[in-house]
Design a protein around this ligand. Structure first.
Ligand SMILES: [Zn+2]
Length: 489
């Protein structure tokens, strides 16, 4: 009962940066955010930044009970509730068994019991305390600077259970603040970092500064790829070859995730029914119905597919702003176009090769549009005759081209100019990706393809509509001609 009461209020208490136990968020979100934040760590000219991956192993065993009591009171839990929790904890005793005989016992003095359903809930509250301490420190200490990309959202740390990563700008003031706060946290909670398993990672830091910071944090510098929640992380983008391993790992961490959910909501009754209906409805609305999930043996795989679907589709308040703000065409292109494009460029659309890997033994892995070749991102956007025709017509319309191979896309986006013409080209690019994917889903579900002309027409309409947002007076002569040409669809 204590657990169910506690789990009801947890979502209101816990910050977005904790992956565990926040309704609708999962371990995968933390993985993706982390992956995004360590991008550019290998670039020499990036602004200085660092990440501290802190191992809190044996964390459960060292939690100080008096602190926990004060913490619960501090969160304004009712006194009687706090007493119940403390009675449960203080009732812990251990019995020693040696040579098969009981050799007396002793009472516990600290720590949360492994396997006790309330332990992870209490632990989350303790990590929330760290988050609040860090936020307070950032607010109070003038020298603290956020990690690049974290400023807008004020992220300093990511937690998933006892996995902790802390981020900041790589300068002494910022690192000093993190260190102080973490020491304060350790002193009050009884937790300790396992320094042999904790590492610091730098990006854009000179050798001299690096040595100085290493001396300050007293941790070893880590190397990439580092493992976070079992997934290999590197500053470069995930390669297609990595996806396999990531999917496998995610299926394991997903199990952990699921266990955590069970603690909170139970694995029977309404909750799982809710999962089922939302899965079905999500799939249908996005054009993924008719997969025939639900037969016993395929159920696990289906759940995994749902999970992959979720992380690749779900707009997440913490995750999305980090990715989207880099896109220069934000004003010109439509959000739904950007969203699908972002997934496509990162190889995250659920094309048949991905589905087959997740579900295994699909009846057909052929491209639903041409039904000639196997479907993957490269084929869908470049190899497929239908897509080639669409792209060619859009290029002719704009009188320019974008790279015609999947691996060149992200670099092209990264190096994009910021003038009006480049923005319009980028918007047309993302509209093209969107409508190719849209048509592909229509082929998959309804076995019905639009004509090339019809798709190109919709792309042109969307783009010329968005062009109305440019104030014609601010355009250069060349830009004005370009905008006028494509506006006259
Ligand atoms: Zn095809």
């Amino acid at each position: 009962m204590i657990c169910s009461r506690l789990s009801e209020v947890l979502p209101h208490l816990i910050s977005q940066n904790q992956g565990a136990f926040v309704r609708g968020r999962s371990v995968a979100h933390n993985i993706l955010i982390f992956q995004d934040l360590i991008k550019n760590y290998n670039r020499k000219n990036s602004s200085p930044r660092c990440a501290l991956k802190i191992d809190l192993s044996k964390a459960y065993d060292t939690v100080d009970w008096c602190f926990l009591e004060r913490l619960l009171i501090g969160y304004h839990f009712p006194i009687r509730f706090v007493q119940w929790v403390m009675v449960c904890l203080r009732g812990t005793s251990y019995v020693l068994m040696m040579n098969g005989r009981l050799q007396g016992g002793f009472k516990g003095v600290k720590g949360l019991r492994q396997g006790d359903p309330i332990s992870p809930l209490l632990f989350v509250l303790i990590m929330e305390y760290l988050t609040r301490l860090l936020q307070l420190g950032a607010h109070q200490q003038q020298e603290f600077r956020y990690h690049p990309l974290c400023k807008g959202l004020k992220i300093i740390n990511l937690c998933f259970a006892d996995n902790l990563v802390v981020f900041c700008k790589a300068n002494c003031g910022s690192v000093q603040m993190l260190k102080q706060v973490f020491e304060e946290f350790c002193n009050s909670t009884g937790l300790r970092a396992n320094s042999s398993k904790s590492h610091v990672f730098f990006g854009g830091v000179s050798v001299a500064d690096r040595n100085q910071l290493l001396k300050l944090v007293q941790l070893e510098e880590g190397t990439f790829p580092l493992k976070y929640l079992g997934v290999p992380m590197r500053p470069t983008k995930w390669r297609m070859a990595d996806c396999d391993e990531i999917l496998k790992k995610i299926s394991i961490v997903k199990e952990v995730d699921k266990l955590c959910m069970w603690f909170l909501w139970g694995n029977n009754g309404t909750r799982s029914k809710f999962h089922l209906t939302s899965w079905t409805s999500v799939c249908l609305s996005k054009g993924f119905g008719g997969l025939g999930f639900g037969e016993g043996s395929k159920w696990n795989k289906a759940m995994l597919a749902k999970y992959v679907w979720e992380i690749s589709n779900k707009p997440d308040t913490l995750w999305d702003p980090i990715n989207y703000h880099k896109f220069v065409w934000k004003r010109t292109s439509m959000p739904k176009h950007r969203f699908i494009t972002w997934q496509a460029v990162n190889g995250r659309l659920l094309t048949h090769d991905h589905l087959n890997r997740v579900l295994g033994q699909l009846e057909s892995t052929l491209c639903p549009v041409c039904e000639i070749d196997a479907e993957n991102h490269e084929h869908l956007f470049f190899g497929c005759k239908f897509s080639q025709k669409v792209t060619r017509l859009v290029h002719r319309w704009l009188d320019c081209i974008w790279p015609l191979s999947f691996s060149d896309w992200s670099q092209w986006i990264g190096n994009m100019r910021r003038d009006v013409i480049a923005m319009i080209v980028a918007a047309a690019f993302s509209a093209t990706v969107y409508y190719i994917w849209f048509n592909r889903n229509s082929c998959y579900v309804n076995h019905c393809s639009s004509s090339v002309e019809c798709i190109v027409d919709r792309i042109k309409k969307d783009i010329s509509y968005r062009c109305n947002f440019f104030s014609q007076r601010k355009l250069t002569g060349k830009e004005l001609v370009f905008v006028r040409n494509i506006s006259s669809v």
